[in-house]
Design a protein around this ligand. Structure first.
Ligand SMILES: *[C@@H]1O[C@H](CO)[C@@H](O)[C@H](O)[C@H]1NC(C)=O
Ligand SMILES: *[C@@H]1O[C@H](CO)[C@@H](O)[C@H](O)[C@H]1NC(C)=O
Ligand SMILES: *[C@@H]1O[C@H](CO)[C@@H](O)[C@H](O)[C@H]1NC(C)=O
Ligand SMILES: *[C@@H]1O[C@H](CO)[C@@H](O)[C@H](O)[C@H]1NC(C)=O
Ligand SMILES: *[C@@H]1O[C@H](CO)[C@@H](O)[C@H](O)[C@H]1NC(C)=O
Length: 429
């Protein structure tokens, strides 16, 4: 919670939140001015490069803040809350949206229960609005939004495409790579491009399946150019990685082997994948800041999304919960907590360095939200109608990705709130 790192209110006592609204307003006017003075708003894509943007009128900004509702927009911590039952349901379904990867189209694959669709995330301090496609379209007009990462990035992208296409249809304008790992869609109605780049480590890497070597290779000090070379064309980037760092791998740094993770056959020292994940984020965020020093870009890092395997991955019932955990039933700990922490810390470190510059950064801290939703995975429904010939004991389960529609739609609802706040000149914590 808070107003951002340039924010003088950070040193105020917590009781600040209890002040009467009028006091809030009077504090905000100078605050808004201060904020604009030190960090002008981004150039919009429509203004030609290298041209000084027109000065923003604080008065307009302030009225935007008022309109958005100060308490809701500025003081709410969207990542702290709980799942509550709600019968409004999702904006789309497995038939109405054509962008869902088969393995995540739980309804079309015969998942019989529907209860998991009727929960909403309720932050402690406010209501999270339902995804408003028209607001999203107006904020992203003339922009390119890129999702970069592993299959969780793709999962979030597909959720967003489904949410957006309830209002306007995109056209697929580019597709390449096996399994269509690099794709771009265009929403002609608002000149918005949405793309996905496969890059499970963000840094340069070679996956074991295609290098004739039984380990992934990661080059920790080089960003993956498959996406980074196109950074100049991106306005908003969502980075989402994590699970691939758990796999056996050999790590390289400064041209030599740094060590490896789980490689008993090789004579390298074991390096914790936590350190590697941290380094990969550091290299990535550094590359973003170095390359975009002259141009505006927004960077969102989706934090680690826990999996929910309770038994063996290939046995029935690996993740067959039908509703979220109750508060207190499950705590964030161990690897999930550590991966989240690294994501948030690296993001915050980059944010400090970038203060007052042209890259806006935000952690989309969904780890806790995700942890509480053991019911949202495809499980055996990653394949169609797995029990059509009766219940089998051995069945493959996906307890990592999310059904669409499903809990991951909430990530994108919060993403929209992040972008709204940025538009109003504020940041989230
Ligand atoms: C259910 O969610 C919608 C959308 O956020 C909200 O407008 C509505 O008030 C919620 N219903 C209840 C009973 O909380
Ligand atoms: C999916 O949504 C469409 C359009 O809103 C609706 O016509 C259809 O009945 C829905 N299908 C299911 C299975 O809910
Ligand atoms: C979207 O991509 C097209 C190429 O498919 C390009 O001509 C256009 O400038 C891009 N628009 C934005 C806003 O990036
Ligand atoms: C393993 O590495 C150590 C330290 O680098 C080296 O001294 C040793 O000779 C290596 N052993 C083999 C079998 O390569
Ligand atoms: C990356 O790590 C280095 C060395 O620890 C540090 O000086 C630098 O600030 C970090 N960069 C970012 C973007 O966090």
């Amino acid at each position: 919670m808070g107003l951002g790192s340039t924010n003088p209110l950070k040193s105020q006592p917590r009781s600040f939140t209890k002040l009467l609204p009028w006091a809030l307003y009077s504090l905000l006017i100078p605050l808004v001015l201060l904020h604009l003075y030190f960090r002008p708003l981004h150039f919009s894509k429509t203004s030609p490069n290298n041209q000084i943007p027109p000065p923003h009128k604080p008065v307009i900004l302030f009225s935007q803040v008022l309109k958005a509702g100060i308490k809701q927009e500025v003081l709410c911590d969207y990542f702290n809350g709980k799942w509550v039952p709600n019968n409004s349901g999702p904006l789309y379904n497995g038939t109405s949206c054509g962008f869902i990867k088969d393995g995540q189209n739980c309804h079309n694959h015969g998942r019989p229960d529907k209860g998991y669709l009727y929960w909403r995330w309720r932050p402690k301090q406010c209501r999270l609005p339902r995804f408003e496609p028209t607001t999203f379209f107006s904020l992203l007009k003339n922009k390119h939004l890129a999702f970069v990462g592993d299959s969780m990035a793709r999962n979030q992208l597909e959720s967003l495409l489904c949410l957006m296409s309830t209002a306007s249809s995109p056209v697929l304008v580019y597709s390449s790579g096996d399994d269509k790992k690099f794709r771009r869609w265009r929403f002609p109605s608002h000149n918005i491009n949405v793309s996905v780049y496969w890059s499970p480590f963000l840094v340069k890497g070679m996956e074991k399946s295609n290098n004739g070597f039984n380990y992934n290779r990661l080059y920790l000090d080089s960003v993956d150019e498959r996406w980074a070379s196109e950074m100049g064309k991106m306005d908003v980037v969502v980075l989402s990685v994590g699970h691939w760092f758990l796999h056996p791998a050999v790590y390289y740094e400064k041209g030599s082997v740094l060590g490896c993770h789980y490689c008993p056959g090789l004579n390298h020292s074991e390096v914790e994948f936590y350190d590697v994940y941290r380094k990969a984020l550091n290299t990535t965020l550094k590359a973003v800041m170095d390359r975009r020093s002259g141009d505006a870009m927004d960077v969102i890092v989706t934090t680690f999304s826990p999996s929910h395997f309770e038994g063996e991955w290939d046995k029935a019932g690996a993740c067959d919960k039908k509703k979220p955990f109750e508060e207190g039933e499950k705590t964030l700990e161990g690897m999930d907590a550590e991966m989240r922490k690294i994501g948030v810390e690296e993001l915050e470190a980059a944010k400090k360095k970038e203060m007052g510059k042209r890259v806006r950064l935000q952690a989309l801290d969904v780890t806790k939200l995700a942890l509480m939703r053991p019911d949202g995975h495809p499980g055996p429904y990653m394949y169609g109608f797995p029990f059509a010939n009766g219940v089998r004991e051995r069945v493959q389960n996906d307890c990592v990705h999310w059904c669409l529609p499903g809990p991951i739609d909430t990530w994108n609802e919060i993403l929209l709130e992040v972008i709204k706040r940025w538009e109003n000149g504020f940041e989230m914590h």
